[in-house]
Every structure is written in structure tokens, then in C-alpha cells.
Ligand binder design. Structure first.
Ligand SMILES: Cc1cc2nc3c(=O)[nH]c(=O)nc-3n(C[C@H](O)[C@H](O)[C@H](O)COP(=O)(O)OP(=O)(O)OC[C@H]3O[C@@H](n4cnc5c(N)ncnc54)[C@H](O)[C@@H]3O)c2cc1C
Length: 296
């Protein structure tokens, strides 16, 4: 079905679609992704609407447009990438992007530079790895500057201003603003963590703040990245998939009868295990002859 969800009614357990159709649910699995908070950087909304500053943080036309700009940039140009405070979609993503662009520059435009301005005190993912790659493979191309929080972009989209008043000019500017859970989650009151992310019970990925009977499960980047003991949840595709599996396993068997069949088969196997003969060991082989009769 190709449509958008316009509203969710948790009491009636019903989704209203943009086409006007209504869908009732037994279980609702919501994975609405993220929204970019462009309004948090002065001038970014307007610069983006005019096509002067791109984010390319949701795959599609913008990604291709950013690539075209980098290809059109003259040798000796500067690509500026700004990173917001964590949490944001795909923690290694911005640092990977810096490497990809640097790789392109190294091969095609060796006089160009990649300037990375990070609002965080260090790369929020694989810090040692990225720092070593920049120092060894892309020395003189990538410059990484921590603790730089972008607060404004110029109307022409060619420069960015930071919290402490510094400015940087760019030939291609890629400003990543703060992010939050997708619009539909926020509008439905599911973004309970700092008004930005959706809190879930990680045992079944059900939405916190709603009764379990509402049957609402949240997955993916929209969820609040809580640390579980011994397991850090980065916002990556793998996590969305794993979350889906967990929610699926926890679903009542009425919704997935084949799982019930599997369970019945496992029960059957357990019964058979009791009937199997005892495992043979040295002592069971020797039992008839050892220890010799009379010494037992
Ligand atoms: C540059 C970059 C590189 C990345 N590289 C990797 C990588 O190498 N490996 C990896 O594992 N992850 C990577 N990721 C992260 C990965 O893309 C995300 O973690 C993953 O896409 C999250 O899935 P999601 O379902 O939460 O959101 P999305 O993939 O954004 O899906 C959300 C979907 O919901 C739809 N939607 C939203 N609202 C509504 C509505 N009201 N009605 C109907 N539909 C709606 C949207 O249209 C969208 O299709 C990368 C991300 C970026 C930005």
C-alpha cells in the first residue's frame, strides 16, 4: 500500500491515512525515521529551501545533488561539513562522509580540503579509527575541529557561523542540524525523551507512555538510544532489523501461527530427549566387567 499515515488514534487502535482511508490494527509497528531540525540553525531553512545548502541525510535526490556539487567544485575548493551534538542518525555517518569526500579529492582534486566541524568533543563513533585514517591517509586534506557548534548559515549558503562567533567560508557547505524522531511519532505524542526521541521498552520495543494494550511498537532511528547493559545501540540499519526481530518474536502467537507450530515441534523434541538412551561413556562401556566381580 502506498500512502502516508496522517494520524494515529491509540484508543481506537486506528490509523488515518492521507487518502482518508482508516486502518485498524492489532499491532502497530512504527519506524518513521528522523526529522531534521533545520529551524535550530539560523538561516538554514531558507538556504535549504533555495537549494543553497544541502543536508543529504535522507537518501534520495539530495544525495545525488551533493555529489554533483562536489564534482563541480574546482580543485583547491573547500568542503565544510558540520556535525550536531549526538544523538543523531548514524553516528559514524558524517565521519564516513568526510573520508569518502577526502578520497575523491585525493584522486581527482588534490588541492581541495575537507573541514569537519563537530559540536561533540570527539568523533562520536570509532574515534581512534577515524583520527588515524585522517592523519595517515588523508593528511593535508581532512581537518577535524571538535567543539564547533554551527548556529547560523549565510543567506548565500557559502559560509557558516559557530557558537563562539567564528565563521568559515565554503565552496560546498553540508550542515547537519539536530535531529529528532519522525514527524508522525512526534505529532502523536510518542517522542517522550527530551521531546525528540521515542522511548521504548527494549524487551518488546513497545512504546513507553502507552499501555501495552495499545499494541504499539517502535523501531529504528526514531527510538531513544538508551544503553542496555553490555550492549550499545547505535542508530543503524542493523539495529532497526534486530529490533524488528525482537518485536516479532514477542508478538502473540495468534498473529503468527507458524511460530506456534515451531513451538509445538520444540516441545515434541524435548519429550524425545527424555526417551533417548543414556549417552555412552567409558564407565558405561566398562560397567559389565569393571570393577571385577567380588571387589564391587
Ligand atoms: C549517510 C548515511 C549513511 C548510512 N550508512 C549506514 C550503513 O552503512 N549501515 C547501516 O546499518 N546504516 C546506515 N545508515 C543508517 C540507516 O540509514 C538508518 O539507521 C535506517 O535507515 C533507519 O531506518 P528507519 O526505519 O528508522 O528510518 P528510514 O529508513 O528513514 O525509514 C522511515 C520510513 O518511514 C516513512 N515515513 C515516515 N513518516 C511516515 C508517515 N507518516 N506515513 C508513511 N510513511 C512514513 C519514510 O518515508 C521512510 O521511508 C546511514 C545513514 C546515513 C544518513
Amino acid at each position: 500500500m502506498r500512502d502516508r499515515v496522517a494520524a494515529l488514534d491509540f484508543t481506537k487502535r486506528e490509523a488515518r491515512l492521507a487518502s482518508g482511508e482508516r486502518l485498524a490494527w492489532d499491532r502497530l509497528i512504527l519506524s518513521p525515521g528522523i526529522e531534521l531540525m533545520r529551524e535550530r540553525v539560523d538561516g538554514l531553512q531558507a538556504a535549504h529551501a533555495a537549494g543553497r545548502v544541502l543536508q543529504a541525510w535522507k537518501a534520495g535526490l539530495e544525495t545525488a545533488a551533493l555529489r554533483a556539487r562536489l564534482e563541480a567544485m574546482p580543485d583547491g575548493g573547500v568542503f565544510v561539513l558540520t556535525i550536531p551534538l549526538a544523538p543523531f542518525r548514524c553516528p559514524p555517518g558524517p565521519y564516513e562522509r568526510a573520508c569518502l569526500v577526502a578520497d575523491h579529492f585525493k584522486r581527482v582534486k588534490p588541492k581541495s580540503k575537507v573541514l569537519v566541524f563537530d559540536a561533540n568533543p570527539e568523533p562520536v563513533s570509532k574515534a581512534a579509527l577515524f583520527r588515524s585514517v585522517w592523519a595517515n591517509q588523508y593528511a593535508g586534506i581532512v581537518e577535524y575541529r571538535p567543539n564547533f557548534n554551527a548556529v547560523a548559515v549565510a543567506a548565500d549558503g557559502r559560509s557558516v557561523e559557530f557558537e563562539l562567533g567564528e565563521r568559515e567560508r565554503a565552496d560546498v557547505l553540508n550542515v547537519l542540524p539536530d535531529m529528532r524522531a519522525g514527524e508522525i511519532a512526534a505529532r502523536s505524542g510518542l517522542a517522550t525523551a527530551k521531546d525528540r526521541w521515542c522511548e521504548v521498552d527494549f524487551l518488546d520495543f513497545s512504546a513507553k507512555g502507552l499501555p501495552k494494550s495499545a499494541g504499539v511498537h517502535l523501531l529504528g532511528d526514531a527510538t531513544w538510544p538508551t544503553r542496555m547493559p553490555g550492549y550499545r545501540r547505535p542508530r543503524r540499519r542493523r539495529v532497526t532489523r534486530r529490533g524488528g526481530c525482537t518485536a516479532w518474536r514477542r508478538m502473540p502467537s495468534a498473529l503468527r501461527p507458524w511460530a506456534e507450530r515451531g513451538r509445538a515441534a520444540r516441545r515434541q523434541r524435548r519429550v524425545h530427549r527424555f526417551r533417548r538412551p543414556r549417552r555412552q561413556t567409558w564407565s558405561t562401556w566398562l560397567a559389565p566387567v569393571w570393577p571385577p566381580a567380588g571387589t564391587r
